[in-house]
Each structure stands twice: as structure tokens, then as C-alpha cells.
Design a protein around this ligand. Structure first.
Ligand code: ADP
Ligand code: ZN
Length: 211
């Protein structure tokens, strides 16, 4: 199964991606996670990407496309994948179609998780990540406490781009550059819409019923 998960920052892509890939045993390919690793390891790509990410801008298409190309070549005929955070521009989407066609592959479904902007801002400002197990959680309602990871007790940290100014920029970039992909995949008859407003469990069930 080959899937794409679309949605604004904070829509819940990362969380639902984990639910989907563990149920269907397919690879979870998160370009955001890969890029953050590259930054952490100070690689050539990481050094180039860092400035864009810090500012909430997109990393240039050619860098991200090359990154995906290498992954596709490497695990060629696996059990499938779920793309989380890619494609993010029309250029990336068209190039991705081309790369898959060359491998004799097609996308099965594209799932768009939608959440209203005010809710997205709230989620992103209260989002924390566990430094030991990478669990994504919310400190909403617990702002004053020193909350630990509900799964493993690890220390939580706030992503550098989850501050108000950068969030605003990321949402703007989403509206301008990524939202057109909804129409792109809809015209291909691949798009499935999911309301991402409710609890994680409810959204998960909605997605599973589509797959
Ligand atoms: P979010 O969806 O919450 O903004 P991600 O973890 O998906 O977060 O991405 C974080 C940052 O990584 C983005 O703001 C962007 O700078 C970069 N990035 C991730 N995926 C892509 C992509 N496909 N194209 C360009 N930049 C990307
Ligand atoms: Zn944890």
C-alpha cells in the first residue's frame, strides 16, 4: 500500500502516520523527521536545510526530491509506504509521480486531514516531543507543570519551529504552497477527506475506515 498524508502543520499527520504504519506494516517516511536528523547530525544536507526550517520556510524542492529519490531506490519494492510531509509543493508532487512511474508504482490513496487554523495554532504552541521515545504530546491544560512523557516518563522538549512567529509563517506557507495539492490529488480521484478536529482515537478510526 502506498499512501500520502496531507494536512497543515498541527493537523496530526505525525501521530496518525504512526497509527497507520504500525497497523499496515508499511514504512513511515516523514521528511520533517529526516531533515531534523540531518540537522542534528550536521550533514551537508542538514546544514543547507537548517536555515529554512528555523524560519518556517520550505527546504528547496531539489534537495527534498533528491532525498526521496534515494529512499525510493534504497527500499525499492518494500511492503509500501506512507509519506508524511511530502510532497509539499506542486513541483514535488509532479516529480514524485514521475519517480514512481519509473519504478512501475502508483499511489493508492491520499488522505487529507483538515483542522481549522485557530485550532492548529493552539495545538502547535502546546505541542511537545519526548526526547527519549519521540512521542508527540500536548501540554494543553498543564502549562505550568513540568510534565513528562506519558508513555515513557522521558523529558519533553518544544520543537524550535513551534514558536508563535514561525508557526504563523509555516501556516502561510501551507496555504500558499501545499494546499493546492488537495485539488491536484482530487482531480486524480485519489483524495479522501478526514476531519481531524476530534480525539486521536476518533480520527484514527475515520482513517482506518477509508483504508
Ligand atoms: P510541520 O508539518 O509540523 O510543519 P514537519 O516536521 O513536516 O512539520 O516539517 C518541518 C520543516 O521541515 C518544514 O517547515 C520545512 O522547513 C521542512 N520540510 C519538511 N518536509 C518538507 C518538504 N517536503 N519540502 C520542503 N521542506 C520540508
Ligand atoms: Zn517518551
Amino acid at each position: 500500500m502506498r499512501l500520502i498524508l496531507l494536512g497543515a502543520p498541527g493537523a496530526g499527520k505525525g501521530t496518525q502516520a504512526k497509527n497507520i504504519t504500525s497497523k499496515y506494516d508499511i514504512a513511515h517516511i516523514s521528511t520533517g523527521d529526516i531533515l531534523r536528523d540531518e540537522v542534528k547530525n550536521n550533514t551537508e544536507l542538514g546544514i543547507k536545510a537548517n536555515q529554512y526550517m528555523k524560519e518556517g520556510k520550505l527546504v528547496p524542492d531539489e534537495l527534498v526530491i533528491e532525498m526521496i529519490r534515494r529512499i525510493l531506490v534504497k527500499d525499492g519494492s518494500g511492503t509500501g509506504f506512507l509519506m508524511d510531509g511530502f510532497p509539499r509543493t506542486l513541483v514535488q508532487a509532479k516529480k514524485f509521480d514521475e519517480m514512481l512511474a519509473n519504478l512501475g508504482q502508483t499511489i493508492d490513496k491520499v488522505i487529507n486531514i483538515s483542522v481549522e487554523p485557530a485550532r492548529l495554532i493552539k495545538r502547535l504552541t502546546s505541542r511537545r516531543v519526548c526526547s527519549s521515545c519521540n512521542n508527540i504530546c500536548s501540554i494543553e491544560g498543564n502549562e505550568d507543570s513540568t510534565m513528562q512523557c506519558p508513555l515513557c516518563g522521558g523529558q519533553l522538549y518544544k520543537r524550535k519551529d513551534d514558536n508563535e512567529e514561525v508557526i504563523e509563517q509555516r501556516l502561510k506557507v501551507y496555504e500558499q504552497q501545499t494546499k493546492p495539492l488537495i485539488d491536484y490529488y482530487s482531480k486524480k480521484g485519489l483524495l479522501f477527506e478526514v476531519d481531524g478536529t476530534d480525539t486521536e482515537a476518533e480520527v484514527k478510526e475515520r482513517i482506518f475506515s477509508i483504508l
